[in-house]
Design a protein around this ligand. Sequence first.
Ligand SMILES: Cc1ncc(COP(=O)(O)O)c(C=O)c1O
Length: 402
Amino acid sequence: MDDLGAALSGGSAVKMLGGGNPAHIPEVQALFRERMLQVMNDEPLFKRMLANYPAPAGEEYFRIALAGLLNREYGWDLSEKNIALTAGSQSSFFLLFNLFAGPMPDNTVDRKILLPLTPEYIGYADLGVEKGMLRSYQPEIELLDDHLFKYRVDFDALAEDNSGDLGAVCVSRPTNPTGNVLTDNEMDHLARFARARDIPLIVDNAYGAPFPGIIFSDITPVWDSETVLCLSLSKIGLPGVRTGIVVANEDVIDALTSMNAVLSLAVGSVGPVLAQSLVETGAIMQLSREVIRPYYETKAMQAVDWCREALEGVDFHIHKPEGALFLWLWFPGLPVSSEELYQRLKQRGVLVIAGQHFFPGLQQDWAHSRECIRVAYSQDDQVVREGIEIIGDELRRIWAEA
Ligand SMILES: Cc1ncc(COP(=O)(O)O)c(C=O)c1O
């Protein structure tokens, strides 16, 4: 993280293919700049954004507008009482994991969060106030044409988990780091798995529909009272406003509201007031579908082509890019660990993330976890292309030395 932070803030020549910052898309930035000016010139909006405490569940007009949008788009039956805002999704997961898992009040069970499929989001790793909160599984690997592959949930392995100590199931969809999008079938299966154990299914939708819509496969967003759907304003281009959104049944929302009140009285209103009219009018959907998704999809496909060229002569697979900001590259039989590959690339001015960090909660050793890297393609094209060329060159050197 220190390396990533230094590269982002230092203005150095480092090719930053490591972080998860969304791209600075000119149309998106122009829109929010214009919206900011409107708010600054509108007395009631200005006061709501900056001069008043919002409710502990988060800025009310935004929550009403969002419930309306989700009902219109997906036919759900939500009100603002089904929505709580947090200080970013990362903090949503901190609150949710510690709400559903860890030692229970009667001390009889130490509940776990199940991650049905790793690789998974690195940010889940240290969320538990108590250690050992996560339990996760290896996926099945499906090899596809053209150097692509896809992870699938291993439901046979999951079915053997009869430990009775699960507090919730959690998946990111699209998945950071792989760009995997669990299929509707997989989601349905996970929902039944969770329902059978009377625990919630947490869906991390930081990149998904309806916004930011960085999702390239056709899937159906789902929500019911046993699902906890987490969204964020970060990946539409507003990571600085730190706005996370949780859509859940009223009991869960009440609990999060109390936690917000204790932690910070209320979370900030800059993001919600800035985005409210876009949510109310549905313009945020248009922005996601017509600007954000095509922007990232083009970049993803381009980056895949550059990988295919640059990795000529190397044994490699790319996880099928179905969303998010990353390519996940797998080098079977890599002679060095992905950590060493990361260090060697860093020496050559390219920052990626070593794959082994993305297996939170996995108990068994798995060589595959040391054969992968995550490459962000959200930076400028030239940076991404040159970075990928150096990755290819370094891998050929490694194989030549082996
Ligand atoms: C899958 C996933 N979930 C959650 C987050 C946290 O997002 P934020 O706290 O900016 O809303 C990220 C950030 O990169 C992410 O990739």
